[in-house]
Design a protein around this ligand. Structure first.
Ligand code: OGA
Ligand code: MN
Length: 287
């Protein structure tokens, strides 16, 4: 069965047309969605606003849903809440609340959970309440970026390993944002810099805000290369910027997509999206 898709950008990304992702999807219906995910790296579903239960059901087709990191408002559950709303009071957080700092950390290009040992296959970010303007989510393909790299640079990075660290990225924003306990719960982990999609052999680069060091390299040499790779991956014309409508849900492949939040009038408008982060089932079985 082929699926009707509408490309979002020349290089990657597709809207899946005619599938209501809030309804139960059979394994047979899911197979072409998974193929489209491996091909396009970013899938957009438009439909009714998802409930938490519906989002988990969609997520479980892709793999195993991770438990969110403790520092999130919904830490310990299957959701990472991206919101400027305090759910205890239903009010917008004041500008100086530390949650707002977390939202700012999302404005650096990153790949979700790259600081976790298991890494992540994909994230699903689904809208619950969106602002009338601003707050787009931007995504870019490091598969497309890898293809653009000069041959000698491809050779240079082929066998490198990168240390990813949550505190490294957060410290760039604000030294005091993580507690010692949160820091200890997320020690640096290693991932190959060049990732290979097993379904189609396409290579990509796993970089972004959590990528702290190249294994065995000095901080300065690591920064030079990692910053160069982010820069080469994110020229303006290679970015897809998603303007949220209520009911949108986006799936991105964390192995080959970098994403970031963009500003909006966060003391005036409400914005609430829920993210599930998913590990490939085969990685869990092998661990
Ligand atoms: C995320 C994220 C960006 C946004 O949910 O992982 O980075 O625009 N979100 O909220
Ligand atoms: Mn993110």
């Amino acid at each position: 069965m082929s699926l009707e898709v509408r490309p979002l950008h020349d290089l990657f990304g597709a809207e899946v047309v005619g599938v209501d992702a809030t309804r139960p999807i059979t394994a047979e219906e899911f197979a072409p969605i998974m193929d489209a995910f491996d091909t396009y790296s970013v899938l957009l579903f438009r439909g009714p606003v998802m409930t938490d239960t519906q989002q988990i059901a969609l997520s479980e087709h892709f793999g195993v849903v991770q438990v969110a990191f403790k520092a999130n408002q919904t830490g310990g559950s299957m959701f990472s809440r991206q919101s400027n709303i305090n759910f205890e009071t239903n009010e917008i957080f004041p500008a100086d609340n530390h949650r707002m700092t977390f939202l700012k950390a999302n404005m650096l290009w990153h790949s979700d959970s790259s600081y976790m040992d298991c890494g992540s296959l994909c994230s699903i970010l689904a809208s619950r309440e969106v602002p009338p303007s601003g707050g787009n989510t931007e995504v870019v393909s490091t598969r497309a970026a890898y293809e653009r790299l000069p041959h000698d640079l491809k050779n240079r990075i082929e066998d490198l390993t990168v240390l990813h660290s949550l505190s490294y990225a957060r410290d760039k924003m604000d030294m005091s944002i993580l507690t010692d306990e949160q820091r200890d719960a997320a020690p640096p982990v290693k991932h190959p810099l060049v990732q290979v999609n097993p379904a189609n052999g396409k290579k990509s680069i796993l970089i972004g805000a959590h990528a702290a060091f190249i294994d065995g390299w000095s901080e300065e040499d690591s920064r030079d290369l990692l910053d160069e790779l982010v820069e080469r991956s994110t020229p303006q014309e290679s970015i897809y910027s998603h303007a949220w409508q209520n009911g949108d849900a986006i799936v991105w492949d964390n192995r080959c997509i970098l994403h970031r939040a963009t500003p909006f009038e966060s003391t005036k408008y409400r914005r609430h999206l829920e993210r599930t982060t998913i590990t490939d089932r085969s990685w869990v079985a092998a661990a």
